[in-house]
Design a protein around this ligand. Structure first.
Ligand SMILES: C[S@@+](CC[C@H](N)C(=O)[O-])C[C@H]1O[C@@H](n2cnc3c(N)ncnc32)[C@H](O)[C@@H]1O
Length: 240
């Protein structure tokens, strides 16, 4: 049973944000503890070899704290049987629009971290480099359909063969759970300091078609945990 392990991983990763203040620490605890996507990434070994990962809309960098904590626990001999060993991160680059989040990340990891680099920027315009994995967790629907296509096209071009694009979307075809999910999203975005956003959503079938059209091999998996949401994780692989 991996539940006690996940708890210790949440503790270990959240400690990273002690230096960034109470909000950052408790945000990390809540996010990493209650959002199943983080432990699913590890349990299923979804991040490819290579270790150059780019998180677009990374917030304060909770994912990076998670991956580094996973390595530490693994090196200390704590790792659940049946889970793929955690990847060795070589470059963890985050791009985040909100300066406040970037500052929390810099305080957490320090300005000269050997692996982590979180920068203020707009994913619609920054250069992606040549990473092994790109992630966008819960942010694509803030962009117009044209902007979504442009960013997805650039992601496909940037990834190495065998690379992966991991994203989570709300399935606009899912009825009530989708409407709940959308309402919560608009509220949270507003309280994080953005304007009340218009959201550009699609059905799961539309997302999959769009991504396949760009040349990804797509796998979809429900990813709402125990919440009444319509979230789906899309694992989009670039063929060799
Ligand atoms: C729902 S939050 C998720 C944050 C983070 N991925 C996490 O798991 O804690 C979406 C994030 O995307 C950021 N974002 C929105 N539009 C962006 C853009 N154009 N470029 C970079 N980041 C953006 C928001 O500021 C916010 O931090």
């Amino acid at each position: 049973m991996s539940r006690p392990f996940v708890k210790s991983l949440v503790n270990e990763a959240s400690q990273t944000f002690r230096a960034s203040g109470r909000f950052a620490y408790h945000y990390a605890r809540g996010k990493l503890g209650y959002d199943s996507i983080f432990h699913e990434l590890l349990r299923r070994g979804l991040l490819p070899e290579g270790g150059h990962y780019l998180d677009l809309g990374c917030g304060q960098g909770s994912l990076f704290a998670w991956l580094l904590a996973a390595r530490r626990l693994h090196e200390q001999g704590h790792w659940p049987a049946g889970w793929t060993p955690p990847p060795v991160p070589r470059e963890l680059r985050g791009v985040e629009l909100m300066q406040r989040d970037v500052e929390r990340a810099v305080r957490a990891f320090g300005p000269q971290h050997p692996v982590v680099r979180v920068e203020q920027g707009d994913m619609n315009t920054v250069d992606f480099g040549r990473p092994d994995a790109i992630l966008i967790l819960d942010a694509l629907h803030y962009f117009s359909f044209e902007a979504q296509r442009a960013v997805l096209t650039r992601i496909r071009q940037a990834l190495v063969p065998g690379g992966v694009f991991l994203t989570r979307i709300g399935d606009a075809g899912a009825g009530l759970t989708y409407r709940i999910c959308n309402g919560v999203d608009r509220l949270v975005t507003y309280t994080r300091g953005h304007r009340l956003p218009r959201l550009y959503c699609r059905t799961l079938a539309d997302w999959v078609t769009e991504l396949q059209h760009l040349g990804f091999v797509v796998e979809a998996e429900p990813m709402s945990g125990r919440k009444p949401f319509a979230n789906v994780m899309l694992v989009c692989r670039v063929p060799y």
